[in-house]
Ligand binder design. Structure first.
Ligand code: ZN
Length: 139
């Protein structure tokens, strides 16, 4: 398998690694949206978030939690956008789960996560009720 994040985890590709924990590694994004833009990845290759075990998810987001303050402090930021592009349809480019931690400051030109969609669809109450029911039924 030719996975750049697995290569980073194995030390076979260069990275600015900032954190190594139980089953988790974090390094600076090679195409940063801001200084300090960090990617947090499971050490085991896995393409999609739902394919991780609950323990792996706890390790991943535990590391995100622990990194929020150091990333913001290092970047002189006042906040952070935390996001996972889960699947190619959502814009995931590297098929190895990764959580973005992007340090943010007021007036940095970035938008909220809602801006990722570009526009908001017009949805009827009945559609929202139906989708909520489908989620409840399968969760
Ligand atoms: Zn991988």
């Amino acid at each position: 398998m030719d996975c750049v994040f697995c290569a980073i985890v194995e030390g076979d590709a260069p990275s600015r690694t900032v954190y190594q924990g139980d089953g988790v590694v974090a390094f600076l994004d090679a195409n940063p949206l801001a200084a300090g833009h960090t990617l947090v990845v499971p050490t085991e290759h896995c393409a999609r978030l739902e394919a991780l075990s609950r323990d792996q998810v706890a390790e991943l987001f535990g590391a995100v939690h622990d990194l929020l303050r150091p990333v913001q402090d290092a970047a002189g930021a006042e906040g952070a956008t935390v996001a996972v592009n889960d699947g190619p349809a959502a814009g995931q480019e590297v098929p190895h789960v990764h959580c973005h931690v992007v340090p943010r400051t007021a007036g940095d030109g970035g938008g909220p996560i809602h801006a990722a969609m570009g526009r908001r669809p017009d949805l009827y109450e009945a559609e929202l009720d139906a989708v909520a029911e489908r989620i409840r039924d399968s969760a």
